[in-house]
Each structure stands twice: as structure tokens, then as C-alpha cells.
Design a protein around this ligand. Structure first.
Ligand code: PLP
Length: 377
């Protein structure tokens, strides 16, 4: 049963990159008070770790999960902060989150080299190979899997194979893909991956998590530039003491456990991928039928979030369009790419085919009410 069937439970539907619409049962899992050292709570955390490794199809002898308080950026910053002082990161930048990695490095004084692309094009693995040959001082390669800025997908398997061939550590920001876009750690040779509770796993905000290859994690001891973002310290403390170092987001971790149960009930990553892909295909067909064009070429577009160009019509004002949709109960997202007048629609979270159809009908009505006349409606 979706929340729309229960009076009072239906908030606006979020067609954003997160935080997202969550199930009623995920929200209800938070209605508890548990101490940070409570045995029941610690069992939930251990279970969350086990379920994440299962979803990633990883061996606990090879990889571990580190939960870290804060949003996704904290996890990205923690992994970059684990690069040795004499290391150097090759940062692939084709959007705001690649750019954020470079900024994190600049602020923390981490040596880095940026490989930049236009925001609607994926990284070219051949360029990574050249960059690694040109600059042997590079020790790590960092890339965003699904660039939420535009919705494009970077070729993480091909880039990982090159990084492994050159014996570099490989870091993938899978914030907006993990849990709904299959990630093959063995094929992509991933050493570090970051995601967050409130994206495709459909939990609520409160923490980020890092999945780390144990030998890389052990080798990073003492590298952190920050106490609170020291992954090795958090991992070691948890292993030794069985607790978080600092106040854990208890309710968020309880909600996450329920979210992981619901992921398994949906058929795991494959099941969630199927629902999101269906949502995306409905959205794309409906938007194209109204005359909207996408920013990212179809062959590079992921099925998580889509950037649409604003209609070239003087009656179209994105803020008015946004407000009118929001008043009707549908929250879309503004554009983030540097060039181009555009907006984004996400199709992730606890939303289904009927939500996509309702949104499309609302968009059609809103455009008509605004007098936008150039689209084929
Ligand atoms: C790919 C990617 N990386 C990093 C982040 C940063 O996450 P947060 O806003 O939770 O700090 C986001 C947020 O949407 C993202 O989509």
C-alpha cells in the first residue's frame, strides 16, 4: 500500500535527487528512543552493515562498511582525507560533485590533478590512461558514478580497470546510484565507495557510509586531516569498542534498517533498478511527448535523474512553474549545469509509475495554465 491510501500520511511527492519520499514504515521505524550503547541499537547497526555488504555482493573478509554521521559530502571528504600526505588524486570533473571533490582537496591541502569535461559528457577512459602515464605521482583516481548535476553516468568499470593496471587506488562516489544501479566491485576494482542513507536506499538523512577494501583502509591509518572524519579511527573504534566514537544518528540508523528490509523485499538492487527504470521511461516518454528535450545525450543518460531544457518560450518561467507544481504537491528540482537553462526531475525514492503519471498530468496542466504554447501538447 502506498502512503497516498492513508489519510494524513501523504506529503508532497519529491522528484528530487534527495532527500526523497520514503515509505511510511521507514518513517515509523524512527518512533523509538534508544541509547547509543543499547544492545538492540548496536545489533541494528551490525545488521545494516551485513545487509549493505550483501547488497554490494561483497565478502566481509575483503571489505567493510564505515558509517559516518553527516551528509554524503562528509563521506567523500573522509575518503579524500585518507589519501597519504605524499599522495596525489586524479579527480574526474564533469559536474558539481566532481568539482566538489576538487574543492575538498583544495581546502584540505590534498595534492590533486583535475581532468575536466563538459557537464553533459562522460569521462573518456583513454584520457585517464594518459593522465596516469603523464603524472606518475598520482596515487588515487576519484570519479562520480552518476553525476547528479546532469544525470549522466561515468564508465566506472573501464576507469577502474585502468586505475588497477597502473596500481592506483580507486574511489567511486556512488551517492546517487548505489542500491539502484548495479555496481560490480570486482569488475570495477573499487577500493573506496561512498553513498548515503537518503538516496536510492530510501532511508532518511543522517549519515553517509563508506565501503572500503580492508587492505586500503588499514593502510590509511594516520592519514586523516580531520578527527571527526577519520575513517580508520571510526572503523577501528567500532571494531574494538563496538560503538560509534561520537553521538550516532540513532533514528536514522533504525529507519535505514527498515529501508534495507524493504530493498530486499523488492528484489534487492535488481528489483529497485527495475522500478526506477520504469519510472524513468514513463517520465521520458511523457516529457518528450510534451516537446521537452534532455540535456544529456540518451546514450550517457542514467535512469535516476534527468535534466530537461527549459522551453524557449517567453511565457515559461521556471520559478512560476516550480511553485505551481509544488502547490499541487509535486516538488521537482532546479537545474545545476553551468551552461543552459534547464531543470531536473528525479524518479527515485518511494515513488511508482502512478506518481510519474500524476506528475506528467500536472506538468501538462501547469504549462497550459502558464500559456506556454510552443510544446506539442
Ligand atoms: C553524486 C553526489 N555526490 C555527492 C553529493 C553530496 O551529498 P550531500 O548533499 O548529502 O552532502 C551528492 C548529493 O546529491 C551527489 O549526488
Amino acid at each position: 500500500m502506498t502512503d497516498r491510501a492513508i489519510p494524513g500520511w501523504k506529503d508532497k511527492t519529491l522528484f528530487t535527487p534527495g532527500p526523497l519520499t520514503t515509505s511510511r514504515t521507514v518513517k515509523q521505524a524512527m518512533l523509538r528512543d534508544l541509547g547509543a550503547r543499547d544492545g538492540g541499537f548496536l545489533r541494528v547497526v551490525a545488521e545494516n552493515r551485513r545487509m549493505l555488504l550483501k547488497a554490494a555482493e561483497l565478502d566481509p573478509e575483503e571489505y567493510d562498511v564505515i558509517f559516518l554521521q553527516g551528509s554524503g559530502t562528509y563521506g567523500v571528504e573522509a575518503v579524500l582525507g585518507a589519501v597519504p600526505r605524499d599522495g596525489r588524486v586524479l579527480v574526474v570533473n564533469n559536474g558539481a560533485y566532481g568539482a566538489r571533490m576538487a574543492r575538498i582537496c583544495a581546502v584540505a591541502g590534498i595534492n590533486h590533478t583535475v581532468l575536466a569535461y563538459p557537464e553533459n559528457l562522460p569521462a573518456n577512459p583513454a584520457d585517464i590512461e594518459i593522465a596516469l602515464m603523464d603524472e606518475p605521482a598520482i596515487t588515487h583516481v576519484a570519479v562520480v558514478h552518476l553525476e547528479t548535476t546532469s544525470g549522466l553516468v561515468n564508465p566506472i568499470d573501464e576507469i577502474g580497470a585502468i586505475a588497477a593496471r597502473h596500481e592506483k587506488q580507486y574511489f567511486v562516489d556512488a551517492m546517487c546510484s548505489f542500491g539502484a544501479v548495479p555496481v560490480d566491485f570486482a569488475k570495477a576494482r573499487i577500493d573506496w565507495l561512498v553513498s548515503s542513507a537518503n538516496k536510492c536506499l530510501e532511508g532518511v538523512p543522517g549519515f553517509t557510509f563508506v565501503i572500503a577494501r580492508l587492505d586500503c583502509l588499514r593502510g590509511s591509518k594516520g592519514n586523516a586531516r580531520s578527527l571527526s572524519l577519520d575513517l580508520h579511527d571510526q572503523w577501528e573504534y567500532y571494531g574494538r569498542v563496538g560503538q560509534f566514537r561520537f553521538t550516532p544518528p540513532v533514528q536514522s540508523l533504525l529507519a535505514f534498517h527498515q529501508a534495507m528490509v524493504e530493498l530486499e523485499a523488492e528484489g534487492g538492487v535488481a528489483g529497485r533498478a527495475a522500478r526506477y527504470r520504469g519510472n524513468f521511461e514513463t517520465l521520458l516518454a511523457g516529457m518528450r511527448a510534451m516537446g521537452f528535450a534532455e540535456y544529456v545525450p540518451a546514450e550517457h543518460q542514467g535512469y535516476i535523474i534527468t535534466t530537461f531544457m527549459c522551453p524557449d518560450d517567453p511565457s515559461f518561467d521556471f520559478n512560476v512553474f516550480y511553485d505551481r507544481l509544488s502547490l499541487r504537491g509535486y516538488d521537482i528540482y532546479s537545474g545545476k549545469v553551468a551552461e543552459g537553462n534547464c531543470f531536473r526531475i528525479g524518479n527515485i525514492g518511494r515513488i511508482f509509475q502512478e506518481d510519474m503519471e500524476d506528475l506528467l498530468a500536472a506538468i501538462r496542466d501547469t504549462l497550459r495554465a502558464m500559456g506556454v504554447g510552443t510544446l506539442n501538447r
